[in-house]
Design a protein around this ligand. Structure first.
Ligand code: HSE
Length: 411
């Protein structure tokens, strides 16, 4: 069986190297006599590469090659990936992608196209890098009604936050190391502003709850506003700050979907996830909580998931794997203000005692946080769990110079 790889960047080159390295076992597990890479598409010059003969700059070399039955898309971005993937599926080729932007924006269309052409469209590597999560949700946990899915979905930001928390490193220095390790997106703003995690929670929510969720429906906040003080107040509260993507089924049948930095209590499984590692918690009505943990970014962890999908495609040439979801109605994703949240607030407080009294009077059960802070003109507190709109209105009515508001994870 012949495979083509589109995009020879960090992930694509990892896919090629992994297929060559583990050729024998991969062939055996595919049930194929051979599984070979026939073309590698990349617009850059690889004429001196040891696999130079495989490189092409022309997508038609792949599209028109009847021997190529599986196309791997590791180019990233929407264009031309969407066009190339659509044309490959229409030509009767199965497609494997690591491209979360593509799946989050066009997953429904591409899955329908795969169904129409009786081929596979698989995307295990699009969420959680090397962590098995798409297949477990779609297969192993298929007996459950899903109640919630939440996790640390971006390796770069988790790496940066870990360096800031544990080593006191500054943001830019930590980002540079993450980029040098190949964790960050081509444009790292997708990582640090939360868009990469938003794409991933869209894919997880679509899969768990059965209707397509688009990135612009997900309230998204990154980590650029996290200050050293927030990290210290979180420690004083007994926890850490993590960038969390979360989607929860509501009793109305609608869902919430958000990405943002959250306070998490030490002891919660997500709190101990550090460095480039990701973890995804899936809550099902039968299984309870299941947590999936591993390397969420990087060349070979991501290639591991891509090549497993290639093997699955090779095993399912006659009968496609059932995976998919429906389009959603317009107001399917609720406004986060409708949900219940506890909020962490940090604000200026020139008259600390007076502000602390006002906070306690406004929020029954508010927890004032303290650490050994030089700056006594600042207050931080955590509200009780309550309707988020009411909580934010109360905070507004305190007339504080607010520096940060973060959600507190309620498990
Ligand atoms: N930039 C992404 C991350 C790569 O840091 O998690 C994996 O999707």
């Amino acid at each position: 069986m012949q495979v083509a790889v589109m995009g020879f960047g960090t992930v694509g080159s990892g896919v090629v190297e992994l297929i060559l390295k583990n050729k024998k076992s991969i062939q055996e597990r595919s049930g194929q006599n051979s599984l070979d890479i026939k073309h590698i598409l990349d617009i850059r010059d690889f004429s001196s590469h040891q696999l130079a003969d495989l490189f092409t700059k022309d997508f038609n070399d792949i599209l028109n090659d009847k021997d190529v039955q599986i196309v791997v898309e590791t180019m990233g971005g929407l264009n031309p990936a969407f066009e190339f993937v659509s044309k490959s599926l229409e030509a009767g080729k199965s497609v494997v992608t690591s491209n979360k932007e593509l799946v989050a924006a066009k997953g429904y269309e591409l899955l329908e196209l795969a169904k129409k052409n009786n081929v596979n469209f698989l995307f295990e590597a699009s969420v959680g890098g090397g962590i098995p999560i798409i297949r477990p949700i779609n297969q192993c946990l298929a007996a459950n009604e899903f109640l919630e899915v939440a996790g640390i979905l971006n390796g770069t930001t988790n790496f940066i936050l870990t360096k800031m928390i544990d080593e006191g490193m500054d943001f830019d220095e930590a980002l540079k190391i993450a980029q040098a390790n190949g964790y960050a997106e081509r444009d790292p703003s997708a990582d640090i502003l939360g868009h990469d995690a938003a794409r991933k929670i869209c894919i997880l929510a679509s899969l768990c709850f059965g209707k397509h969720v688009y990135p612009d429906e997900v309230e998204t906040e990154g980590i650029t506003n996290i200050a050293k003080e927030d990290v210290e107040y979180a420690k004083a509260w007994g926890g850490v700050i993590k960038l969390i993507g979360r989607s929860k089924k509501q009793s109305s049948g609608k869902i919430s979907a958000t990405v943002g930095p959250c306070l998490i209590k030490n002891g919660c499984q997500l709190a101990s996830v550090t460095d480039v590692f990701n973890a995804i918690l899936v809550r099902g009505d039968a299984v309870g909580d299941a947590v999936f943990y591993g390397r969420g970014a990087g060349k070979f962890p991501t290639a591991s998931a891509v090549v497993a999908d290639v093997i699955d495609c090779a095993k399912h040439t006659e009968r496609r794997k059932l995976i998919g979801w429906e389009p959603a109605e317009n107001d399917y994703v609720i406004n986060p203000l409708e949900q219940s949240s506890a909020l962490y607030v940090r604000a200026d407080a020139s008259d600390y005692n007076a502000v602390a009294e006002k906070v306690k009077a406004s929020f029954d059960g508010a927890q004032i946080l303290n650490y050994d802070n030089e700056n006594k003109n600042e207050i931080a507190f955590v509200t009780p769990l309550m309707n988020e709109k009411d909580a934010r209105e109360k905070i507004d009515s305190l007339n504080l110079e607010v520096k940060n508001i973060l959600r507190v994870l309620d498990y």
